[in-house]
Design a binder for this molecule. Structure first.
Ligand code: MLT
Length: 227
């Protein structure tokens, strides 16, 4: 079975319009963060493209959901002023997220997800859940006959090696062939260096771990939930 690769918001939109299953990758850090929140008992993660959209989604959801909504996100890697949390996966422990909904806005990932929304199935993929994502996508494709596109998000419209290598790993796992080694590529990427400068080297190490999670976030009514 063959999976395709695509790049950035444009690639996500094209794949969604063709009715493919779309896997969105932002290795450092957003798709890892979404996976961690759900793994630690978060009820859902609502992606928002802008800060304003995040604030209004949080208001809307706390009305509907009864108050337990966390507002999280980053710009330039740092927590947005006035938000409860940033985008570090390590912040979202079980104590913080269990039973809660997180509204998340990030520089790249949540914008790419917004373009993918029309796809019949949208999955958040990262290194930590690569095998679990690949096997869900493969199963779904065999069941529905739909093609699979793995989107490497990149950074502000530019290619990111860590997203590309993660997309290649997931594509290989879907196709049942040996995946490339990823570690050096992730640890030496410009995004990793930037995060290290901001004091988030532990995040980089966490995000570079392969196949340690079986949690697969899928979008349902615009909110990522556990598959
Ligand atoms: C993004 O979506 O742009 C990233 O995850 C950025 C970050 O983690 O700081």
């Amino acid at each position: 079975m063959i999976a395709r690769l695509a790049f950035s918001s444009e690639g996500a939109l094209r794949a969604a319009m063709k009715g493919h299953t779309v896997i969105v990758i932002d290795t450092l850090r957003a798709s890892t963060t979404v996976t961690t929140i759900l793994e630690n008992g978060g009820v859902g993660v609502a992606p928002a493209a802008t800060v304003e959209e995040a604030r209004s989604k949080a208001r809307e959801l706390s009305g509907a959901f009864g108050g337990d909504v966390i507002l999280a996100g980053e710009r330039g890697g740092l927590r947005i002023p006035g938000f409860n949390f940033g985008n570090s996966p390590l912040e979202f422990t079980r104590e913080v997220v269990e039973g809660k909904i997180v509204v998340l806005t990030t520089t790249n990932f949540t914008k790419v997800v917004q373009q993918a929304m029309r796809a019949p199935l949208v999955i958040a993929g990262c290194l930590r859940n690569a095998e679990a994502v690949a096997s869900l996508a493969r199963r779904e494709s065999l069941r529905s006959g739909r093609k699979v596109t793995v989107v490497h998000s990149g950074r502000r419209g530019e290619f990111s090696p860590e997203d590309y290598v993660t997309a290649c790993v997931i594509k290989c796992l879907i196709e049942g062939v040996e995946p490339p080694s990823h570690e050096e590529c992730v640890l030496n990427s410009p995004s990793a260096k930037n995060l290290a400068e901001l004091g988030f080297w532990e995040d980089v190490k966490y995000c570079s771990q392969l196949n340690v999670s079986v949690t697969v976030p899928i979008l349902r009514n615009g909110i990522f939930v556990k598959s």
